[in-house]
Design a protein around this ligand. Structure first.
Ligand SMILES: [Zn+2]
Length: 69
């Protein structure tokens, strides 16, 4: 029973990761994406803050912000 629960939990995690929303700074100099708008990193953004899927952020060659877990 526990095994079934764990398996379905993993599936949910995997399928949701593709649709994860992240926040990015709409700047040419942006290097990172963020899980929260309150992040210390994105607060330095002087441009628009965009909410995109993680996939889009990775397409822009952005890396997970250093302030995140
Ligand atoms: Zn961040």
């Amino acid at each position: 029973m526990l095994k079934i629960l764990l398996t379905s939990a993993v599936i949910v995690l995997l399928s949701s990761s593709e649709e994860t929303k992240v926040f990015i700074c709409d700047s040419e100099n942006a290097v990172a994406y963020h899980y929260t708008k309150k992040c210390r990193g994105i607060k330095q953004c002087k441009h628009k803050i965009l909410e995109v899927t993680k996939e889009k952020a990775l397409e822009r060659k952005l890396k997970l912000c250093g302030w995140e877990d």
